[in-house]
Write a protein that binds this ligand. Sequence first.
Ligand code: GUN
Length: 306
Amino acid sequence: MTQLPDFLRPSGEGALVIDGKIAAGAVVEQARRATADLIARGVRPGLAVVLVGDDPASGVYVRSKSRMAADLGFHSIQRNLPADVAQATLNALIDDLNADPAVHGILVQLPLPKGLDSAAALERIDPRKDVDGIHPVNAGLLATGATARALLPCTPVGSMRLIEQTAQALGRSVAGAEAVVIGRSNLMGKPMAQLLLAANATVTVAHSRTRDLPGVVRRADIVVAAVGQPEMVRGDWIKPGAIVIDVGINRVPTADGKYRLAGDVAYGEALKTAGAITPVPGGVGQMTVPLLMANTIEAARRSLPA
Ligand code: GUN
């Protein structure tokens, strides 16, 4: 084989490991250059992150988003609301951020505490500032193939980039490949299926009601697992040589009272059969925040006069 790109490395088992940190580094560097370019043209990309309540995992994610925004030189703001905030207060904050010309991207961290209507909050965000790519307008633009005008959800886009780059390195084509997406969420499974379809894969979306999930997964040249069930996808479900993207990040308790992070795929088993696989942690999750920055930069660029 010709030399591997730096984000792919041998595992010592059968599969190559897809290193998300290295792949994400290229996205960060491009974002850094694009930010400097926009600032030189008089626009500083602005990102507002809204955190409602005090869920510790959400707090960690939100801080990493705010930190990277600040590091790139963005105008970065974080708004914290208490868990018992009224919907009207959250709505009013979104209205203010929609109207603020210094803010190009708005992200409301999910899940929202019980009692709040997530769909209503997400639909209130100006679609041009919806850097999560989950407003129905952006979902519709993706579904109709108008991706140039849409903002696209970050983790599916990150998964797609890893798939395309890995396929290219292995001398394979995504077009015509059998792709199986496990999970049908609005933030991950559905947009992932649309992106694979746009790349001309033959796409199956599997979910909790799918009959014979192992049999469906065994057909797949490309597997994207996004179910939130630790190690549910077993190694003997994986077609030899398949490209496997593991989107799950599950906390699994350990014997010493701590926890470890596990994906949706039984990684040790899958290494023996897959062609290439993302680890957890250190896989596709690394792409999400850099691509959020890229979406914010794109929203800022589109705000410039033509
Ligand atoms: N919670 C978990 N992942 C995400 C994400 O990508 N965006 C938002 N807004 N909330 C999340």
